[in-house]
Ligand binder design. Sequence first.
Ligand code: BGC
Length: 639
Amino acid sequence: MSKAIVRNTIFESVICLSVILVYCTILQGQTKQKSFLTYDTKAKEILEKMTLEEKIGQMVQPDYASMRDKNDIQKYFVGSVLMGGGSDPRAGNSLEAWTDLYDNAQRLAMGTRLGIPLIFGIDAVHGHSNIEGAVIFPHNIGLGCTGDSDLVEEIGKITAYEMKATGIQWTFAPCVTVVRDERWGRTYEGFSEEPKISSLLGAASVRGLQGDNLSNPLSVAACAKHYIADGGTTAVERQGRGGGMPAFNFGGEGLTNTRGVRVSLNAGNCEFDEATLRAIHLPPYKDAVDAGVATIMPSYSSWNGVKCSASKFLLTDLLKDELGFEGFLISDYSAIDQINRNFKEGIATSINAGMDMAMEPSRYAEFCTLLKELVDEGTVPMSRIDDAVTRILRVKIAMGLFDENRSQLADRNLHDKFGCDEHRQVARKAVRESLVLLQNNNKVLPIAKNAKRIHVAGVNGDNIGNQCGGWTVQWQGASGNVTTGGTTILQAIKNSVSSETQVTYSSDGSDVEGADVAIVFIGEERPYAEGSGDTGDLSLNAQQVEMVSKIKNSGVPVVAVIISGRPMIIGDILEKADAIVAAWYPGTEGQGVADVLLGDYKPTGKLSFTWPKSMDQLPINVGDADYEPLYKYGFGLSY
Ligand code: BGC
């Protein structure tokens, strides 16, 4: 080859490489936020003007509902507030009341000496789920079974829109947990038992919520949680405040150890090595960071006896230094209180480990005083405070909170599309894609729309609260049809059938005789959240089994639809039901369930969790040595 040819080839390769590089940069620009470090010059300018009290104020997050005197926002220069699960504005739970509440809090913050706007946090974990009338999407477990990242991104966008209608700009979502034990009460908050799906859908959710540009008026800041391995714990005894367990008193059936002592998986301990931590639980955080996630919430739980919120290795070395996380860390609700019986020591440990903002619902004033003392004494270095505040400010700047030509109050023009049909149609699509068909003997599904009579049975068939699950309007969710708007599955079935078809209903399966088919709704009948959902028994309750048996014995074919936050032990139902469908917690759009049962759409969902045969198989996960579940990870039939 001549020199000229070599030179030309090199020249062409250089041009080609440059084109690829430019193309990649453009592509990256479309999918990834700008580096948060871009905003550091401005962040430093603001930082230089701040007193220590003002800096500490940026690092604390009270619960707005728990603040007896709202003027504390000014007194303590508070940089962020949250409204925890179930906290409603005094004026009620309407869109208007929430928007007024946000505006009032923001006005107070902007009335301080430096006028630094608040970042307002909420658990919009399946839609803007605290606010009545918002669209409620399926919980993550159902989305995991769709495997559809475009859909999850779209859901993030709609959630961000509905949040912004109230002014609120920060959600404690997505939960990117990798759930290894479905006795855990938060199983439904996770996409999967495998890192692959949690990573894919977690990153999609971050992109949807944050958009291409965090300063877009329709974007909100996301928060990947709960870092790390919250779904990989072994249950530990619950010891009350200061002893390492959540300070509040959980109800529910709970989980006990062999000595009959109440134990918690929610704030449990992970007992495995670093290689396992990295292989199973770290990937979703790496992908969330790569997608530009603005914030991350460390978990209540521990890794080999050290609380995540107290671990410098986890917070600083691994997350910030190794993964390159540039945003800020927000502690979980009162989590710092649980590190040490001595609150002050707990604060020092956590902030020095790398925590940037403390969610201190009601102890915020004490937190501010103690952190100032710790800095004055030299226990917490000023450089750590400056780093934390710089991180918080850079996120706020990226969000456009300092844009002079833009109001930081809510844009009430967005109210028009809050809970609108267009948003509900996306939720309906998500519901039908999330259903997993587990059994379909004699092709009993799909049900003919012109059947003479369809009998619907079971409380979960006519119950918006039960089909939404926890974190819906209230922290624990609530049973009943008064919780929020939407379509019950019973109503959806009525909407879908022909005008000649009769749809009858009984909560207990009575009056089924003579029906062509019965759709029987079973599963979990009491919504729950967090520790109150920890349980040692996932069997269907005796009344449900009895109901299915009775219907089957009457000669009517049975379609069993399981409404639940996790795989359940279905026992005899396997023989009694002709068809079995896992519908998870579909949310407000029950129509998506009818779409599949009545044949408008074929089932496409695949299990993102292993479905066990019996409780003694738990915990069970794909890849285990003796893997003989009832339905394997990835299973799902169609018509
Ligand atoms: C939960 C978090 C939630 C926080 C704020 C905690 O109890 O663990 O997931 O974001 O409360 O409501």
